[in-house]
Design a protein around this ligand. Structure first.
Ligand code: AVI
Length: 318
């Protein structure tokens, strides 16, 4: 078997294992990371441009303001978590004095390669040190950036896709990775009325529905599954108690689907829970950051208080 085939069969078994574990629970689930195959990334790009999905354009406007007021020391290195492209980092870099480097971190090696090539054209004098890694795993920064002031950056409210306990562990891990004296700029979507939130995750054009259902298309292709994709409908639900938007795939009828030789039966109306997107209050997020050892410094928001950018500081040496 050629090397590539070995890799893809290993990857497929990883995806199948994730799906089997999630579908075996009382409430069937699938991990949100399975959304992001090539088609899922393309659909997510479309979501960011939807009129209902205020997140990306609101963050962009807030970021333009925040980046101008960051006051980082000259020679700062920017470390971006979940850097599928450099668009947001470019806004921050434009306001740093003689940045000493850019460390984009992402699991998608291909996206990092193309980002690095683009950076050679757009920022020819800036050293770029791509790090292909899962940002939830322990990380070590490249040796070349040792001794430089470090500014971490985690835009997009991706932190909202982590449950609070995982978010706290992540924030604490980032603090030890970035080290004493580092700052961390985090994009956090804010709690707001369900009349804004639900359409943002259930848009009129059905792009989010296609994004959600694409996970079943992917399992059919990569995990030897046979979901009747048209027999599941997209649902976005605001869970007020837990402060999160939940995405589900609801079975339209009683049916059986198979994944890697294992059968799963669905009653009509039963759902697969595919994603949580937590929405924080400013105080709530600051308390979470403090519990992970960060010191909240500044917060920027838009006029409608839809989105927030938090500047956190690491004042100690652990
Ligand atoms: C990537 N993440 C911040 C998005 C969100 O808003 O939770 C994923 C998403 N799911 C549906 N629409 C967007």
């Amino acid at each position: 078997m050629p090397d590539g085939a070995i890799h893809s069969s290993l990857a497929a078994s990883g995806i199948a294992a994730d799906a089997l574990a999630g579908l075996s629970g009382q409430q069937k689930t699938l991990p949100a990371k399975l959304f992001y195959d090539d088609e899922g990334c393309r659909l997510f790009g479309e979501i960011t441009r939807l009129p209902e999905y205020y997140v990306t354009r609101t963050e962009r406007a807030v970021l333009e303001r925040a980046a101008a007021e960051l006051l980082q020391p000259a020679g700062t290195v920017l470390v971006e978590y979940g850097a599928s492209d450099e668009a947001k980092a470019a806004v921050v870099l434009a306001h740093l004095e003689n940045p000493a480097g850019y460390v984009p971190i992402d699991v998608a090696e291909g996206a990092l390669d193309t980002l690095t090539v683009r950076m050679q054209t757009s920022h020819p004098h800036l050293p770029v040190y791509p790090l292909a890694a899962d940002f939830l795993a322990p990380l070590v920064l490249p040796a070349e950036v040792a001794g430089s002031p470090i500014a971490g950056f985690f835009p997009g409210s991706t932190i909202g896709n982590l449950d609070p306990a995982t978010a706290r562990r992540f924030l604490s891990k980032v603090r030890s990775t970035l080290g004493a004296g580092a700052t961390f700029l985090v994009g956090v979507d804010l709690r707001k009325d369900a009349s804004i939130l639900v359409p943002a995750y259930d848009d009129a054009q059905g792009v989010t529905a296609a994004f959600n259902r694409n996970v079943l298309v992917r399992l059919n292709r990569e995990a030897d599954a046979d979901f009747d994709v048209a027999a599941f409908r997209h649902r976005a639900v605001w869970n007020d108690g837990d402060g999160r938007i939940e995405m589900h795939l609801e079975s339209l009828r009683a049916q059986v689907a198979h994944v890697a030789g294992v059968s799963f039966s669905f009653t009509a109306g039963e759902t697969i829970h595919t994603e949580n997107s937590y929405k924080h209050t400013i105080n709530g997020f600051q308390a979470l950051a403090v519990s992970a050892g960060w010191r909240p410094d500044r917060v920027w928001t838009d006029d409608r208080a839809l989105f927030s950018l938090h500047l956190l500081r690491n004042g100690d040496f652990s």
